[in-house]
Every structure is written in structure tokens, then in C-alpha cells.
Design a protein. Structure first.
Length: 190
């Protein structure tokens, strides 16, 4: 796995360089609150401008809602594949609950698999789970962008079998020094 450490403002350029170098499975590691979703939203917006389809996989409603809000704020019309949400299958950008997509498009044929030139896997440390692996395999020509704050899994399995290159963003202390995050304060409970 190739590694490069970058300032947050260079992340999109690093993604573009990785794609230009022929990498199709790119892992972006950045701390919680550092703007991974905003970076992904801009990459997705640019893909949309080039008339490419994108699909974001997420495992929690909160992440789906947060991603949807960031994409809409970035001017990207977006559909959501999630239980209880009216589908908008004609949108070239879809955010999918991993369990809903698996159930509707893989275990059954209740819906067609959405097109994806770009597949973004949020919280991609989950990508080694069978469901994620099968969905990723279903998009062999897509650029895969994995987002995570925690690339080290508790079970010791690495992400190198899923991703080819790593873009490592500044960590919390560096982001505080750069003025992108505020210094945290500890509060004693009780």
C-alpha cells in the first residue's frame, strides 16, 4: 500500500493524482470531524459534473443523513436507498444503507443495482464484512474511495486487500494547530 501524508487542503488533489496513477481503490484516513464527508461531497460533485454516477455506502441513518445534507449543500441532487425513504432511482448520485441495498438489489431483485463510476464506502473499516465485499465486487470498474478515521481494525485484519493506496490526512493535533479544529477540553464527570 502506498502512503502519503497531506494537509487537508490537498486531499482532493491527492485523490486525483492517485486516480491518474491508475489506482482504483483509494483509502482516505482522517480523524473524526476533519471533513471526510465534505471532501467526498466535492469529489462526488466533480464526478457528477463529468456525468458520472456515484454511490455512497453507509451503515447508519445518521451517516446517510449527514452525507445527504452535505451533498445537497454542494448542489448534488441525491437519491437515498433506505427503508422508509421514497426512492429516487433516476438520480445519478445515490446514498445507500448497506443493509437496504443488499436486501433489495443483491438478495432479491426488488430494485436494480444503481450505477456507480465512483463508489464511496463510509466507515470503510467495515469493508471486510461479506456484504460490503460482495457489493464492492459488483462494481469492478468503479473507483472505490474508502473513508475512515480508524483504519486499524479490532480483529487485526488490515484493509490492504481492499485498498491499493492510502491518503493520510493530518491528525487532530495538526488540525488544531492549523485552526481547522478547536482544542478539546476534558470534563470530569460527577
Amino acid at each position: 500500500m502506498v502512503r502519503s501524508r497531506l494537509l487537508a487542503c490537498d486531499v482532493i488533489a491527492a485523490f486525483d493524482r492517485a486516480v491518474a496513477a491508475g489506482y482504483k481503490r483509494i483509502l482516505l484516513v482522517a480523524p473524526t470531524g476533519s471533513g471526510k464527508t465534505l471532501v467526498a461531497a466535492e469529489i462526488i460533485r466533480r464526478a457528477r459534473v463529468q456525468d458520472q454516477s456515484s454511490l455512497v455506502l453507509a451503515h447508519r441513518r445518521e451517516i446517510i443523513t449527514q452525507t445527504y445534507d452535505k451533498l445537497v449543500a454542494n448542489g448534488v441532487r441525491t437519491g437515498i436507498i433506505q427503508a422508509g425513504v421514497d426512492p429516487r432511482p433516476m438520480e445519478r448520485m445515490q446514498i445507500a444503507s448497506i443493509s437496504t441495498l443488499w436486501s433489495r438489489a443483491f438478495r432479491s431483485e426488488a430494485m436494480q443495482r444503481p450505477l456507480a463510476h465512483l463508489l464511496v464506502v463510509d466507515e470503510c473499516h467495515h469493508a471486510l464484512a461479506r456484504t460490503y465485499e460482495k457489493i464492492i465486487e459488483a462494481y469492478p470498474d468503479a473507483i472505490i474511495l474508502g473513508l475512515t478515521a480508524t483504519p486499524c481494525r479490532g480483529d487485526g485484519r488490515g484493509l490492504g486487500t481492499t485498498f491499493e493506496t492510502l491518503i493520510e490526512c493530518p491528525q487532530v493535533a495538526e488540525l488544531i494547530d492549523l485552526g481547522h479544529l478547536v482544542k478539546s477540553k476534558g470534563v470530569r464527570a460527577g
